[in-house]
Design a protein around this ligand. Structure first.
Ligand SMILES: Nc1ncnc2c1ncn2[C@@H]1O[C@H](COP(=O)(O)OP(=O)(O)OP(=O)(O)O)[C@@H](O)[C@H]1O
Ligand SMILES: [Mg+2]
Length: 391
């Protein structure tokens, strides 16, 4: 990736299709042997409901969601995106886009967590995509795909690790709530729950629609397993049955996925988190934003302004995340206004070439605002999504 730019230009590089690394992502991690891959899961996962999602053990027995992986693996996964925290958030956006979502909301909620004995910030991400069935949410918790299981040419997801690396970079604990036309599931990917355990445990509870109600889906798990998993979720998360009910109510009759991530302070003492709620008051409009600031100032020799919002403002990042806007994105309740970078450049020059057999387009141009600040930068897009910024 280009780390420095000598001329005062803005550049956009668009890679149409390539298997290059994303967001400083370690390709080694992405191509490492799949743990719990659906194709070879018999030897890696003990839970019968995971290896054969339709079968249930004889009543009374308790299948647990064990994955044969050391729980520290979650921490290891979280080390991807270490360079740029927004890359972790982008993994969640990519998944929503793959699920054909039209809306994507992100916010920080303050919630009381009795285990911690205090109110803590929780990152909440919601989409209105097609959601996941029980089998799909089970697959979401696997590590790695043997092969991409889709013919969708627009699909971004291909490695089977994005959710896990993204979520575990953002916080120690993540709860996923998803709904399709006739099912609802909860999955809990948690470092707190797994502390001191030999094998990684990922509780999943699934329900199926019966008329107006959602009932425990006993074709994929026994009542005892569901009870055990719910107990683990309640003990190690701020979610009790009322909060789960309240959040599930947000789906209404529609499909979608909600992801909640907490214990965000694992970013280290170097980072600070700030949220700005969007509101319309009198004649003024305040754009919502989430600011993730590092106390370290990145040195930018030769550049006049040292304050680059793309370093810390999620709002600024989401404005340019897509080359062509794909979804309505909102932060803290206010809609993000997309900034079409290529259109904001003048004196543009377009080059097309191929790299490793894949078409690449380079757009060079001048952005008046940045020109005045004597700033320059390179934006690298893959599948129309911003994956790297060098500013
Ligand atoms: N918001 C979502 N809505 C619906 N399905 C989702 C969502 N997030 C994840 N999934 C499902 O979970 C699976 C695993 O997601 P994950 O991001 O870990 O891997 P991936 O997207 O397949 O590949 P990549 O590592 O390239 O991101 C996805 O393939 C998708 O089926
Ligand atoms: Mg993904």
């Amino acid at each position: 990736m280009v780390k420095e730019c000598s001329g005062r230009i803005d550049a956009l590089i668009q890679i149409k299709d390539s298997a290059t690394s994303e967001d400083n992502f370690s390709p080694i991690l992405k191509s490492s042997p799949a743990i719990g891959d659906p194709g070879g899961c018999e030897s890696t996962i003990e839970n019968s409901s995971r290896t054969q999602p339709h079968s249930v053990k004889p009543s009374g027995s308790l299948e647990k969601n064990y994955v044969r992986a050391d729980p520290s693996y979650l921490q290891t996964l979280g080390q991807a995106h270490s360079g740029w925290i927004f890359g972790a958030i982008a993994e969640l956006i990519d998944n929503s886009r793959d699920a054909k979502a039209t809306k994507w909301d992100i916010s920080i909620e303050m919630i009381y967590f009795s285990k911690a004995g205090k109110t803590i910030p929780m990152l909440s991400v919601r989409d209105d995509g097609h959601g996941m069935t029980h089998q799909e949410i089970v697959r979401m918790t696997y590590f790695g795909h043997k092969q991409p299981g889709t013919n969708d040419p627009d699909r971004i997801g291909r490695f089977g690790v994005g959710f896990k690396t993204g979520a575990m970079r953002l916080g120690r604990d993540a709860l996923v709530l998803t709904q399709t036309a006739d099912s609802r599931s909860i999955a809990f990917l948690s470092q707190s729950l797994n502390e001191g355990k030999d094998n990684l445990e990922i509780p999943i509870v699934s329900y199926c629609r019966k008329g107006q109600y959602m009932e425990l889906d006993k074709s994929v798990q026994s009542q005892a397993t569901a009870k055990y998993n719910l107990k683990a979720i309640k003990e190690f998360s701020p979610f009790d049955k009322y909060m789960i009910g309240e959040k599930a109510g947000l789906f209404g009759d529609f499909s979608g996925t909600q992801i909640y991530i907490w214990n965000l302070d694992e970013w280290g003492s170097d980072y600070s988190l700030e949220k700005k709620d969007g509101f319309l008051g009198g004649s003024s409009f305040h754009q919502g934003d989430i600011l993730i600031r590092s106390r370290r100032i990145r040195s930018r020799p030769g550049q006049i302004s040292q304050k680059v919002p793309l370093d810390y403002s999620l709002g600024s990042y989401l404005e340019v995340i897509f080359l062509v806007p794909r979804m309505r994105l909102s932060i803290q309740g206010s809609l993000v206004k997309s900034r079409l970078l290529a259109k904001s450049l003048n004196k543009t020059h377009v080059e097309t070439t191929t790299i490793m057999g894949k078409p690449v387009q380079l757009t060079l141009g001048r952005c008046q605002f940045e020109w005045e600040q004597m700033n320059c930068g390179i934006f690298l897009y893959w599948h129309g999504r911003l994956i790297e910024v060098s500013f």
